[in-house]
Ligand binder design. Structure first.
Ligand code: C2O
Length: 344
């Protein structure tokens, strides 16, 4: 058996996408004793679509992010340090325990869904804690439905809120309809009529969730076991719309379409957490609506990652602890899935 875990004591600088400069995204070491995570929520609160959020909710969420941004930089719960937690797990900052020459990347492999679920879980816990409100939940950017196919502007495009980020594509702000299958080449594409783009997006959703996801491995991505070279291959949703939404949102005038267009900087844009809320919701829909099965391989279930909890303490989470979201204290509403009718 070869489950993976990071060598937490050996964080190194990471490579920037182009490979020219190195970036240090090792979060501060805080707390030495790593405890094992136990999923033990007794109540599940519903996450809500970002474009539908009330003014009160938006203010409250913005307040949580302001608080995260003003925590000391030596605190791993600080907003930029949380972005670094993503950076370090995507740009190969940690070696694999027992295999010092092999690095870890949680993308392009079967850890994509569960790692990001747990990352959002702790981010949500930190918000709850800073707001002193256990009922608080993260929003999701419902880009799979026509009603959510523009950037949720009231929440993310208001320069007075801490949810705003200036490093985004100025041509993709509301009311531009998103292209879920956006790729770097698409910069040259002539604009498509909004209603046609919506239809393309709905067929993209059908294709990725159903046609391209006939087996758990196709949905989750290829196995990565201890000792393996990272990046064996991504699952259907990771390639699209996950990558498409990242690239579409980031600023093309930046070298790597920062913030959202590059993995190392994605977490610096607060919209990242709404994008990944919907990615996580796709896993929920895959299980609960489409009746898709999870991977049962012990190497997947027993692999573990380390996150910082709301007390800034490191905790070790096994993939098997991420499978049931009600034990993590949240759930998703059962919304109409328009794309189910859009078989191309
Ligand atoms: Cu870890 Cu959307 O990437």
């Amino acid at each position: 058996a070869k489950p993976i875990s990071p060598d937490f004591s050996e964080c190194t600088t990471a490579k920037e996408p182009g490979g020219s400069t190195t970036i240090n995204c090792c979060p501060p070491r805080s707390g030495t004793e790593i405890t094992d995570f136990v999923a033990s929520a007794t109540q599940a609160y519903e996450r809500k679509p970002a474009h539908d959020a009330s003014e009160t909710y938006i203010q409250q969420y913005s307040k949580a992010i302001t608080k995260m941004k003003s925590l000391n930089l030596t605190d791993p719960r600080n907003f930029y340090q949380q972005a670094n937690v993503h950076c370090v797990y995507c740009d190969e900052g940690y070696p694999q325990s027992g295999y010092p020459s092999q690095k870890i990347d949680v993308h392009n492999c079967w850890f994509f869904f569960p790692w990001h679920r747990m990352y959002l879980y702790f981010f949500e816990r930190i918000c709850k804690n800073l707001l002193d409100d256990d009922t608080f939940t993260l929003p999701f950017w419902q880009w799979d439905d026509p009603s959510g196919m523009v950037m949720p502007g009231l929440m993310y495009n208001d320069t007075t809120l801490s949810l705003y980020d200036c490093l985004r594509d100025p041509n993709h702000l509301p009311p531009t309809v998103i292209d879920l299958a956006f790729s770097r080449k698409d910069r040259m594409k002539p604009p498509i009529a909004p209603n046609i783009q919506v239809n393309y997006n709905l067929s993209t959703m059908y294709t990725q969730m159903i046609t391209q996801s006939p087996t758990p491995q196709k949905f989750f991505g290829k196995p990565l076991r201890a000792g393996d070279e990272p990046d064996p291959g991504e699952g259907s949703i990771e390639s699209m719309p996950h990558n498409g939404v990242h690239l579409w949102t980031g600023n093309p005038a930046q070298p790597n379409r920062e913030d959202m267009g590059a993995l190392y900087s994605g977490g610096r844009d607060p919209i990242f957490y709404a994008h990944h809320g919907n990615i996580d919701r796709m896993w929920y829909i895959y299980n609960n609506v489409l009746k898709g099965k999870n991977i049962t391989d012990g190497d997947w279930l027993n692999s573990s990652f380390i996150f910082y909890n709301e007390e800034a303490k490191p905790v070790r989470v096994k993939i098997q602890d991420s499978l049931d979201i009600t034990t993590l204290g949240y759930t998703y509403p059962d919304l109409t899935l328009e794309w189910k009718k859009y078989k191309p």
